[in-house]
Design a protein around this ligand. Structure first.
Ligand code: ADP
Ligand code: MG
Length: 677
């Protein structure tokens, strides 16, 4: 039996450990930095560093690392030990404030998308005191103190995902605080905070089966495989009883995450056999992003201990569900309250409706950027397939809220409740359905009672990208509304009337983004096209909006990404996409040539000798011809588009062969083998 209370945060230098190990004055100063985003008082750094080292060493740590999130989408670390020679033949251990605050890893081998030349190798990591340091144990129980940091170039240019995330949180906070003031909420220096809870889907596979699939090893997904006769059709896996081996893994996973201060909360079977989900309790956005990165890492390393391999790819298996990462996002105002929760007073409701309208404006204006933020080679297999939200971004508000929106639109500034109109700041909202009663699983961007859930994020992606966009576009919409209302009020207009007029205007302009129906249907795609909503189906076209003037202006205006930083990201992501497709193409051709073609030849030779199955031999020969021809086409293919077309042809021929080649000759485990643990 484990008492979660006993182990929670055991491996984290969080508030509890800080209070225990720091002087009162230092603790107070550090806490202030964490709460208000104020610059760190450099004079306390030495004491904090020493305390962190003592604490980490008491947990068995010999090394520390600045832990950061380069554009690869993974996390990076370079370890340094605490030791120094004492020049008497022994050592002392030390860790200075300078070492805590700044590191200088060689940055030349991280993607920068042309932001810097390779010879300008200098990169800097800088401590993010708002995300607690933690201890990571490797398989032999050696421990390393991991210090969450940002990662920048010599001139401060962002080379990571965290820097723009923190910048976007800052601007969202500023605009939220400003919006609050319109509604009489003034909490001084206290910041508003975006919050995130990311539900993480994953697959588990027996490690021997994984080891026998070079496609999984090289690319994270199966490039071949005839569908299993039974997979998920019966829906008998979703929320089903968890098998003991998986349950043991999940229990272990929760324990390890709790020790790291990750509030793992929910675990269950997902739709596809071998697919599962973990959801944490939501936290402040940057901490939650760090925790999601930690979660993905622990999922993978812990799987090995249990004889599994954890697959985080968005689509490890064709024909069955892929994996996503539902991004539950909200704003906690400076008053500490969730501002996406409908209020109990007309005043609170006016604020709530203002935020809903701001989101409509933000998402409609920048649907292309939200789409770009989730564009990846892996996610291409998922978005638009009938299991995940379509590549068209729309908002689900539910019938009740949509009705209120329509009333505000019709109401106009001076209308009263006559005719069923709601007057902002005067009337209460009708009770909105809470919880799971009003749900739409097919919407990419759904209001779920007290938060928005952006469901298009891929399971393998850092949540940072989507939230950088979300924070920035909402900040822009708040800015717009505040500017308008402030001006109208300065002109002598009554506040509620001014607000109502502006919201009605926003609704008129942006209501095309609302869609409460089934997002999986062809009718919706046709309707969305009629409404002029972008439908960017593949990664290459979905990334393009990042290179647009609109995007450059937006991110530069709010100091989230300079034009150069944005451009470098665009280049990095395009290059990454092309590289992934090229790796897949190479792997596909290798497997076809060295594993599948030989198996087919053996089968054909054996069958040709037996009259009764000579017909099957002929069928195999014709498929083999197709396979050989498509492999030649793949070898010759240039560019991602042509490679994808050729890979699909190779797969079609190979999967057809798998259906008739004797199972004992087939060189890889089948879908049926892999999907059932
Ligand atoms: P479902 O699968 O029904 O969407 P889950 O309980 O699996 O629900 O996940 C919901 C997620 O939303 C959890 O991570 C939860 O902590 C998170 N969440 C709840 N409230 C907020 C909020 N105010 N801000 C951000 N995330 C939230
Ligand atoms: Mg969800």
């Amino acid at each position: 039996m484990v008492d979660p209370k006993e182990i929670f945060g055991e491996n984290v230098f969080g508030l509890k450990a800080m209070q225990e190990h720091l002087s009162d004055a230092t603790f107070k100063s550090l806490k202030e930095t964490i709460d208000s985003g104020k610059q760190l008082d450099a004079s306390i750094a030495d004491e904090v560093a020493e305390a962190m080292k003592e604490w980490a060493m008491s947990k068995g740590a010999t090394h520390y690392t600045h832990w950061f999130q380069p554009l690869t989408g993974a996390t990076a670390e370079k370890h340094d030990s605490f030791i120094f020679p004492d020049f008497k033949g022994g050592i002392v251990t030390a860790f200075s404030g300078d070492e805590l605050i700044q590191g200088e890893p060689d940055a030349s081998s991280f993607p920068s998308g042309g932001l810097r030349a390779t010879f300008e190798a200098r990169g800097y990591t800088g401590w993010d005191p708002t995300s607690p340091a933690f201890i990571k144990y490797d398989a032999s129980d050696a421990a390393t103190l991991c210090i969450p940091t940002v990662f920048c170039g010599y001139h401060g240019e962002a080379l990571d995902k965290k820097t723009p995330l923190l910048r976007s949180m800052k601007v969202l906070s500023e605009q939220t605080v400003r919006l609050g003031k319109l509604f009489g909420i003034d909490c001084g220096d206290t910041m508003a905070k975006a919050t995130l809870g990311s539900e993480q889907e994953y697959f588990l596979l027996d490690e021997e089966l994984y080891a026998a699939r070079p496609d999984l090893i090289q690319t994270g997904r199966t490039l071949f495989g005839k569908p299993a006769s039974k997979h998920q059709q019966l829906d008998d896996h979703y929320f089903g009883a968890i098998k003991p081996r998986v349950a043991a893994y999940m229990a272990d996973l929760d324990r390890e995450l709790w020790k790291l201060g990750v509030p793992a909360k929910t675990r269950h079977n997902e739709v596809c056999p071998a697919q599962f989900e973990l959801a944490p309790v939501f936290e402040t956005l940057n901490v939650s992003v760090d925790h999601n990165m930690i979660t993905m890492e622990v999922m993978k390393t812990l799987a090995e201990k249990h004889g599994f391999t954890c697959l985080l790819h968005e689509k490890p298996f064709a024909g069955v569900n892929g994996s996503g990462k539902h991004n539950n996002w909200s704003i906690t105002g400076p008053d500490g309250k969730n501002w996406l929760k409908p209020g109990d007073t007309p005043h609170a409701n006016a604020k709530f409706m203002t935020i809903i309208c701001a989101l409509m404006k933000a998402v409609d204006t920048h649907a292309d950027l939200l789409r770009a933020s989730v564009a990846s080679a892996g996610n291409d297999h998922r978005l638009g397939a009938n299991e995940a939200p379509p590549a068209v971004v729309s908002i689900f508000l539910g019938d009740c809220l949509t009705d209120v929106i329509e009333q505000i639109e019709a109401g106009g500034a001076s209308s009263s409740k006559d005719g069923g109109h709601i007057e902002l700041g005067v009337d209460l909202l009708p009770k909105l359905p809470r919880g799971n009663t009003d749900r739409n699983r097919t919407s990419p961007f759904a209001f779920t009672g007290n938060r928005f859930e952006f469901r298009a994020v891929g399971s393998n992606q850092s949540p940072a990208g989507a939230n950088i966009v979300l924070n920035t576009i909402v900040a822009e919409a708040f800015d717009y509304i505040c500017t308008k209302v402030e001006a109208a009020v300065a002109d002598g207009k009554e506040f509620n009337a001014a607000l109502q007029e502006i919201l009605a205007e926003i609704i008129k302009e942006h209501k095309r983004i609302l869609f409460n129906g089934d997002g999986y249907t062809g009718e919706w795609l046709a309707e969305a096209a009629k409404r002029g909503l972008p439908n960017l189906v593949n990664c290459e076209e979905a990334l393009e909006p990042l290179a647009s003037q609109k995007a450059k202006d937006l991110f530069a205006k709010y100091n989230v990404l300079s034009n150069e930083e944005l451009e470098s990201r665009y280049n990095t992501y395009v290059e990454c996409y092309e590289t992934i497709i090229a790796i897949e193409a190479g792997t596909c051709a290798d497997i076809a040539k060295t594993m599948i073609i030989p198996a087919a030849v053996t089968a054909i030779t054996e069958y040709s000798a037996v009259a009764a199955v000579a017909g099957i031999a002929v069928e195999m020969s014709s498929l083999l011809e197709k396979l050989v021809a498509s492999v030649a086409k793949l070898d010759a293919a240039e560019g991602a588009k042509a490679q994808i077309v050729a890979m699909n042809e190779v797969r079609a021929a190979a999967d057809a062969l798998e259906a008739i080649v004797p199972a004992d000759l087939w060189p890889m485990p089948s879908y049926a083998d892999m999907l059932f643990i």
